[in-house]
Every structure is written in C-alpha cells, then in structure tokens.
Design a protein around this ligand. Sequence first.
Ligand code: GDP
Ligand code: MG
Length: 439
Amino acid sequence: LTDKLTGIFNRLSSKGRLTEKDIDEALAQVRRSLLEADVNFRVARDFVAKVKERSLGADVLESLSPGQQVVKIVHEELTEILSGGDHRLTPSSQLPSVLMLVGLQGSGKTTTAAKLALQLRRQGHSSILIAADLRRPAAISQLQTLGRQLEVPVYSEEPQSSTVTQVVKNGVERARQQGLTWAIIDTGGRLHIDDELMQELEDVKAVAQPHETLLVVDAMTGQDAVNAAQEFNDRVGLTGLVMTKMDGDARGGAALSVTRVTGVPIKFMGVGERSDGLEAYHPDRLASRILAMGDVLTLIEKAQEAVDEKQAKELERKFRQATFDLEDFLEQIQSVKKMGSLSQIMEMIPGMNNMSRKMPADFDDNQIKRVEAIIRSMTAEERRRPDILNGSRRRRIARGSGTTPQDINRLMNQFKQTQKLMRQFSRTRNPKSLMRMFQ
Ligand code: GDP
Ligand code: MG
C-alpha cells in the first residue's frame, strides 16, 4: 500500500496544477490501493469520497503545490478517522481496575498482557496477570514464564479442576486483597469465532466487570479482522483495540478499517515479540505511516526518551577526557534497548523500511543480562580501567558471572569498538547521532 501511495503522490507532485480528472484518477488508485491492503470497501469508499470533496475545493486547485495539498488532505482525513474515541486506558475509581484481553488465537493476547503489565509498572502501577485460557495447556505456562521474566505475579489454577470464571473471580479477588492497581485477564481464543468462545467471554465479562475490554488484532490479518472485530464488539462489547505485529509488513490497513467499522478506538500498537514492544497509539503517526511519510515523530521521541541531552553531554565530556568505562558501556546498551530494536528504529525512518530487514540481530535480553552480569562481577577498579583485565582476572570474572573467558573477551572487543565509535561521536555535536554508532 505504502509504495503504491508514494508512487501516486509522486506523480501528483510532479504534475503541477490539478484538474478534476487528475484528482479522480489519483483517487481511484488510492481506493484500489486501500482495497488491496485489505481496508474494508465501505471505509475505502467513504474515505475517497471525502477526500475528493475536499480536493475539489478551490484552495487545492489554486495551490502552488497541488500534489502536496492532496497529501495533506488525505493525511488529515485519515487522521480524523483514526482519531475517534479515547486512546488511553481508563482506570476505575475502585481498586483493582480490571482489563480483559480478547481476540482470536495467535493474535497476541498473552504477549500483550505481559507488555501491558510492564508498561503499567513503568508508570508506577502494580498488576497481576490472570491466566484464563484453560483450553490450551501451554497457555498458562506461557503466561507464567512471562510473569517470571518481568517479576509480575500470575494467578492461575489447575485447568482440570477449575473453570474460566472461577479463575477470573479468584484472580481479581487476589488483586483486591493485595491492593494491586490492575488485574489483567488473558483469555483463550480460537482460530475462528464460534459461539462457545463468545459465551465464555460473556461469562468472564459478567464475573470480572472489566473497565477495559481490549480486542487484540493481528495487523497482518486483512479483511477477516473486520468481521471478527464486529462479532467481538457485538457479543462482548469492546472499549479499545490493540493492533499487534505492527513491526511487520502491515502498514495499518486493518487498523484503519477495524476502528472505522466498529467505532472502537485503537489504544496500543504491538511492535515486537519482546515485552517492551508496546507503543501508545498516535493517530497522526499511523496516518503518516499509511502514507509512507515515515514515523519520524515516534523515532525522535524514542531517541529523546532513551538518551536525554544531559546524559549525552556527560558522555561526550567523558570521551573527551577518555574516561568512558564499562559502567558507561552498560548504560549505553541499556538505553539503546529502551529505544527498541534497531530494526524497529529503521522502520520508522522514511525510505529505510527495506533496510531494516537486512539488519543484524540486536542485543537480545539474554545478551544484555550476560553483559550486565559480567560487568557486575568486576571490581570498581576494573570497571574504570578495563585495560588491567589480565587472564586471571578474566577467569575470576567469568566464574563470578557464570560465563566463560570467551564471553569476557567478546565483551571487551565490543567495548573497545564502542569506545572507538564514541570517540567519533564526540566530535559531532548532535547527541542524536549517538544512534548512528549502533548501526
Ligand atoms: P495469543 O494466542 O493471542 O495469546 O497470542 P500470543 O501472545 O501467544 O502471540 C502469538 C505469536 O505472536 C507469538 O509468537 C508472539 O511472539 C507473536 N506476537 C505477539 N505480538 C507481537 C508483535 O507485536 N509483534 C510481533 N512481531 N510478534 C508478536
Ligand atoms: Mg494466549
């Protein structure tokens, strides 16, 4: 969709003034592209009609840059469709606030439950994850594993001797007893909607009285997503949507039609398998993304969040004075991790979408943990002056951190390379170019 739209608008931009025929031609292609991207036909039809109406206005035809004007109108209209409703979570006045996740099997409910728990904790909340998918044996242990990783409690019961509503009732009660602010219910799904599932979800809803019922939608499922979403909304009643797998090829066609057809606002976007791969939703950015303008705003915000200017200046100073040590190195890796994966960052830069697929694997969580363990096993002196690390010190550190001397050597190589890049960076003035050194 994106490539096609870019092509269309390039053509518009290079043509100069627009005639009505030009607009019709271009919008017919926009409509076709939207349909091909699995945007619901009604949504596409309404959208195109609205854009045409506005494009025929005098200001477009008299504009110096008609192509850009049409882009602006398309963008504004898209943003408007994508903006309806409240995009934040609404907590209840009484603890705990209950949030229920529903969706088809494989859409990302369990992953999203963990992501939400992590995000809520970062905002100062406490939560419990309730394992209410009793149908698949692996579902409970999947949630338990995630809970352990994030140090978030998981409430579960033996599936043989319990029922979904019982688990939910007791789980919410546990949250209440412990004074937690959120209870997050991970429910079961099916490959296709069926009555049994809907009945189960209705029952859970009646017991849990959730303040938020979020439908988790795989952004890669096209036209089917709309029908399923409508069904879920009719039977269970939704307060929000989570579009997952937005880190993939999907450019938002499903998000557009699902929110349009159901009238339910999008609240989050899943952008990776990892627990930190959840983004707050920004309608204008999604509109930009659909229009291939790149999600530059998100990128800049992420970079700023992870590396604030003061921190960067301090690093720069350390470099000038050649005092960058392993503590700083660890901090660096952690702040890059906070920005998300490298490929995710590349996705957001216009024209770089394809590049991201060629990126090498990032530091994964385990690697970062290992690096952290190694550095924590060093003495303060060793962290400040890594060059004193001889063979026996390396062996001691390996033992202390449960790694091997080879791991230490690898880390030292990475550290030296980073040091070199950081020296180059310190000659540039812009802290944001810090990111470049990791590419
Ligand atoms: P559930 O059946 O709805 O509970 O789905 P899961 O949470 O088990 O997720 C199904 C698969 O989708 C897993 O392999 C997840 O890692 C993956 N997944 C979930 N969310 C995302 C996302 O935002 N991006 C990517 N790339 N994968 C995701
Ligand atoms: Mg699941």
